[in-house]
Design a protein around this ligand. Structure first.
Ligand SMILES: [Zn+2]
Length: 139
């Protein structure tokens, strides 16, 4: 049976990493993976800074505790950040896939590549691409 004492190990002498009971984490910089994810942050490259431990009947072992790793929010990086160049390239690629190669009509979905990236039901002859059509401007 885990006691409060067993769950509270701020130096990590017993558990290897600093361990706090659920709800007793003293440092607001320490977050779980789920908490960081909710803020758009990734744990990639981060070391486990501490853990929280709580009693649980679902633990499935003798001590009856479960743990969750804690990471330093101040060291976490945003999930897969895009550089301005990558963002522009992505935007251009998306725009190209939405634009008919024949008449340059812009659709609000990706055009199928099977028909050469043209209007799904054939180009509407009456449609005229505006002078400042994004693809025309980029070409
Ligand atoms: Zn077309």
């Amino acid at each position: 049976m885990a006691t409060f004492h067993a769950l509270y190990d701020p130096t990590g002498s017993r558990h290897g990493v600093p361990t706090y009971p659920w709800g007793w984490v003293p440092d607001p910089d320490l977050r779980t993976k789920a908490q960081l994810r909710a803020e758009g942050l990734s744990i990639a490259g981060l070391e486990v800074a501490a853990q929280i431990m709580w009693r649980s009947r679902r633990a499935g072992h003798r001590l009856g505790t479960r743990t969750a790793s804690l990471y330093r929010r101040s060291l976490a990086r945003p999930v897969r950040p895009l550089t301005p160049g990558q963002e522009r390239a992505l935007c251009r690629a998306l725009m190209a896939r939405h634009t008919c190669r024949e008449c340059e009509r812009l659709w609000d979905f990706c055009l199928p590549t099977g028909n050469g990236g043209q209007c799904p039901d054939g180009c509407d002859a009456t449609f005229e691409a505006p002078e400042d059509a994004p693809l025309a401007a980029a070409a």
